[in-house]
Write a protein of this length. Structure first.
Length: 209
């Protein structure tokens, strides 16, 4: 079964949220300099590249990433098209039954160059978190760096998703994957006390029914 890597590569110069810690990698030990091994060191924000948000990111006292259940980040998922719109409304989900695929990934196509932070992104309509929660969705992933408007300071969609127990993946690389049903594997690392974590996100094609 084919595996699609939907993780943004981590590299110097990749776009991060303005003012956030950029990605950096260096060899702290180098065989070429006489060390017995090469050992790399990384600096980065936990929201750099493809990542999971924990509720602590936007709620004082919210759950930190190491306490999150892994179940929402692993299992059947549905990838849907949601391009060419500023607001993603419930009409995108007309006729969709989430019973078999309670993990939802939306391809907006609004961030084509991951080396440049976008000027604007589409966002969910206010009633979408409740709509998805009522239908059993446990995770929402998008190909943009936030589920809220980039200039938002109150993050209403983050809070609404949390109220409906919907976990969040951001900055997925969905451009080359056909819409359809898959198995999602996107496990966050257990950084103690952290507000989020990078993930290695993949979609595995399902065996034919």
């Amino acid at each position: 079964m084919k595996i699609h890597d939907i993780t943004l590569p981590l590299r110097a110069g990749m776009a991060v949220w303005p003012g956030d810690t950029p990605f950096g990698f260096e060899l702290a030990w180098q065989r070429s300099a006489g060390a017995s091994v090469n050992v790399g060191a990384v600096t980065m924000s936990v929201h750099c590249g493809t990542h999971a948000d924990a509720p602590f990111h936007f709620q004082d006292g919210g759950a930190t990433v190491e306490t999150l259940s892994l179940t929402p980040f692993l299992g059947p998922a549905l990838l849907l098209e949601a391009g060419n719109r500023d607001v993603i409304g419930t009409d995108v989900f007309d006729g969709v039954d989430f019973t078999r695929t309670p993990r939802l990934l939306l391809r907006t196509g609004a961030w084509p160059d991951p080396a440049r932070f976008p000027d604007a992104i589409p966002v969910l309509a206010d009633d979408v978190p409740a709509y998805l929660g009522e239908r059993g969705v446990v995770l929402l992933g998008l190909d943009v760096p936030s589920v809220d408007r980039l200039d938002s300071t109150t993050l209403p969609i983050h809070h609404a998703l949390a109220r409906h127990r919907i976990h969040i993946l951001e900055s997925l690389r969905l451009c080359d994957v056909p819409a359809g049903e898959y198995e999602l594997i996107a496990l966050p690392l257990p950084f103690a006390g952290a507000d989020g974590s990078l993930v290695r996100a993949v979609l595995r094609e399902l065996a034919p029914q």
